[in-house]
Write a protein that binds this ligand. Sequence first.
Ligand SMILES: [Zn+2]
Length: 308
Amino acid sequence: MGLLNFKRTIGQETAKGILSKLTNNKATLMFYGPPGVGKATLALEFAQSLVCSSEEKPCGECYGCKAFGNLKSPDLLIISDIKPQPGKPRPDEFYNIEGDLTIKISQIRELQAELSKSPFEFKRRVVIIMNIENANLESQNALLKVLEEGSKDTIFILISSKPTFVLPTIRSRAIKVRFSPLSPSDFSRVIGFYDEVLYKISEGSPGIAKSLLQMGEDLKISLDIWERVIFGDISALNRGLEMFGKWKGLFLRIGYFKVSEFYLYSGDMSSFRRLLYALKDVEVGFRRNTREELLYLSALWNHPFSVI
Ligand SMILES: [Zn+2]
């Protein structure tokens, strides 16, 4: 089988250990853990290792490694909630952690049709299903059937950052491979530098950190807005709600970070509780995404907090 060495995935030694011991020709694996910590990267590296012709796998250079690495082989099937149709997402789409579309039943049906054929160019075939929690019940049931039927020489990799949204009947069929937040030093290796605030806001996820960095100036502005909100300047939040529609999830994440930091340093439980409830309200407001809701929340927020 040769030596497995997953160089592109930083950290995740437990996950790598499980994969190194796997010798089955057909298996269902479930990669779960926080978003942006290397699940998709390792899935692709593992897929490459199954078709790699070098002694140390995946080498990244041989025909198999390149065909899979460029997402160009018919023996690598990717079902994703990022691109609505099955087929071949671009590599940069493959690594997008913010997939939030639905995996459609038609995608699962097309997969099923593909699997009835034999692998085309390699002896093994790999099916990667991204963000499987975004498949509705109907799609998940269809997928369960596909997994039950199995397919010769096919490895399924199900990827999820919310495994509790995946049918227990699917979960129980899979070999579970857990992914964890990265240590500060591994995190720095991926990002290229270390920043404590960035590490804490992203909770050790380089994928989330990269999204935060894409915010540019807006990251600083968000931090500043939450700082002011915590210290009672409600009008700052109104500005935030207007500005950060584009970065909703990240703006809230920054809010949760600032509020926890506030509690950590002040120990003020009653203000902390109030801030947490308010954060929840903002979250609901963002989800409903209605102007009225936001105005209502802003009105609620006009009651000053007795902070410090
Ligand atoms: Zn190779």
